[in-house]
Write a protein that binds this ligand. Structure first.
Ligand code: BDR
Ligand code: CA
Length: 312
């Protein structure tokens, strides 16, 4: 398998950290950089967490660039209740020895794409602020984007309210820019990520790898797991962001549908909803996204366990 050139955009975050660990463990991903946005926590914390995760799990030479500290229009809403005060639950990592890149996230992505001979896949797993700014400031860069494989939205459910998912809720205007950009989009929304849950048995398997990645993930999942089990219908915690990385590596495990996806930014009850038209008789010329609907959960968990094991 040829290495896939990738830039991830994260708001680290517990499941963002797992997604980074998965990407950095894979010999099939060429992680050209990681850009950071505010979301699960304020930017100072998401950049610190990202530098810590990238440094500790072996990617010390992967550039990490700091991006937007607030959404395009709304004030920042962050989620300490799910991800903890630090953003990584109760997990602790050593102080990072690396620092943020000299360029900010938008200019870092622009420069990296301009200097790349091949097209690059963007994998944003937080609010889409950085990616929207990139597309608005440098529209010519679209030619260098292979596709955007993102975590966010949902065709049939929300997690902030009945219809709106967290990353869309934090920055709906940015999401609208991205979905209307004409770039090919793969949406890993709640339809698939709520099927990617990790049970206590799975967490014990991850811990039993005995590696620093296994120890970290198991500790980080602690409070996050409790919150899911107490507040959702799942028998475990959803590892949302790792699903976007899994799509890159194993699209054959994932069931998808083409759709026309629009982000509502005018509604009162539907502000931030990803409105997905999948009707067989829709105008298919308007399709702008591949929407991920289902995953082979057992294989997904095996992949996470193998990723942790690889840190031996
Ligand atoms: C998304 O919101 C955050 O809590 C997670 O990191 C994920 O990106 C799930 O709705
Ligand atoms: Ca995230």
């Amino acid at each position: 398998m040829k290495k896939i050139p990738v830039i991830m955009d994260v708001d680290t975050g517990i499941d963002d950290a797992v997604a980074l660990i998965l990407a950095m463990s894979s010999p099939h991903i060429d992680l050209k950089g990681v850009t950071v946005v505010a979301g699960n926590q304020i930017l100072d914390k998401t950049i610190y967490n990202t530098l810590s995760v990238v440094d500790y799990f072996g990617g010390g030479d992967i550039p990490v660039a700091k991006g937007a500290s607030k959404p395009l229009v709304k004030e920042l809403y962050y989620d300490a209740a799910t991800h903890g005060e630090s953003g990584l639950g109760t997990a602790q990592l050593p102080k990072p020895a690396i620092t943020a890149h000299r360029l900010d996230a938008v200019d870092f992505i622009k420069e990296t794409l301009e200097n790349s001979e091949e097209k690059v896949t963007l994998v944003p797993v937080g609010p889409l602020t950085n990616i929207a700014l990139l597309l608005m400031c440098y529209p010519h860069i679209k030619e260098k984007i292979d596709k955007i494989v993102m975590m966010g939205g949902g065709a049939f459910e929300g997690n902030m309210n009945a219809v709106c998912e967290f990353n869309m809720f934090v920055d709906p205007e940015a999401a609208q820019v991205v979905f209307d950009s004409g770039v090919d989009i793969v949406m890993c929304g709640l339809d698939i990520t709520m099927k990617s849950y990790t049970t206590m048995e799975d967490i014990l398997r991850i811990k039993a790898t005995g590696t620093k990645a296994g120890e970290f993930c198991a500790e980080a999942f602690g409070v996050y797991y409790d919150r899911y089990v107490n507040n959702s219908r799942l028998p475990g915690c959803a590892v949302h962001d790792a699903v976007a990385v899994t799509y890159l590596l194993h699209p054959e495990w994932i069931h998808t549908e083409r759709a026309n996806v629009k982000v509502d930014i005018d509604g009162t009850e539907t502000y931030g909803q990803t409105v997905c038209d999948m009707r067989p008789n829709r105008n298919r010329h308007l399709d702008n996204a591949t929407v991920c609907m289902d995953i082979d959960r057992e294989k997904f968990i095996d992949l996470l366990v193998a990723a942790c094991e690889s840190y031996k």
